[in-house]
Design a protein. Structure first.
Length: 227
């Protein structure tokens, strides 16, 4: 019975989360307690877990899969912001501040998140190191946003495509998204995406098979954007 209960603990099921940035610098006891207090939620199908403009009642720590973040302007047009990978958090700023979500966040299929409730966050905020970790995460997001804004304004379509392929290939170097999806993310026509992908194939940076894109040199793709 004890062994079964131990195997059900989040820190045992998801040991990679012990290395999450939000838990950086804490002893193993604090890390395990924090993870084991969280609620596990699984999303077999892509699901919007945060809706832009609505309140967030908790924040999540991603255990498996990925989460895409989108921002919709007043004109209703939606832009891709970034992709959250395993071990990263979402919703902490909105949960702490009480402000509505700044963007919408949609999981991949078979995504697993650990949900951290407000009372758990407030208890953790009594530790200065936890505040330090959250502000460091926020700083990195702000820096990434600035780089993307600079790239959007001054970078070519090819540069923007390279950077987004770099972000989207975080999990295993494979990008299953369609050319229509990439065109929406980059902000150009599908025909332009097709031409740019052909150039990347010629450079040996990617390979394509059916609808999938295999990234062969991720470091070269990300030279304009370190995320």
């Amino acid at each position: 019975m004890f062994l079964r209960r131990l195997l059900l603990e989040n820190s045992v099921r998801f040991p990679h989360l012990l290395k999450s940035e939000i838990l950086q610098g804490f002893d193993i006891g604090f890390k395990k307690k924090f993870l084991n207090t969280c609620i596990v939620r699984t999303y077999p199908e892509p699901t919007t877990i945060y809706e832009q403009g609505e309140l967030a009642h908790n924040f999540v720590l991603l255990a498996h899969g990925f989460i895409d973040v989108f921002y919709a302007g007043e004109d209703g047009l939606e832009v891709f912001v970034t992709r959250i990978k395993k071990g990263e958090t979402l919703g902490e700023m909105e949960t702490i501040s009480g402000e509505p979500c700044a963007a919408s966040c949609k999981t991949s299929e078979n995504a697993i998140v650990l949900v951290c409730m407000p009372e758990q966050i407030m208890a953790a905020l009594q530790e200065y190191r936890f505040i330090e970790n959250i502000t460091r995460i926020f700083y990195k997001r702000l820096l990434g946003d600035n780089k993307r804004k600079h790239l959007t304004q001054f970078g070519s379509v090819g540069d923007r495509l390279r950077s987004y392929l770099y972000v989207l290939s975080e999990n295993g170097g494979r990008v299953p998204e369609t050319q229509s999806y990439l065109a929406n993310v980059v902000g150009c026509s599908r025909q332009t995406i097709n031409r740019e992908l052909a150039l990347l194939r010629e450079e040996g940076l990617i390979a394509q098979s059916g609808g999938d894109i295999a990234v062969l040199d991720r470091a070269a793709l990300g030279r304009w954007l370190d995320t």
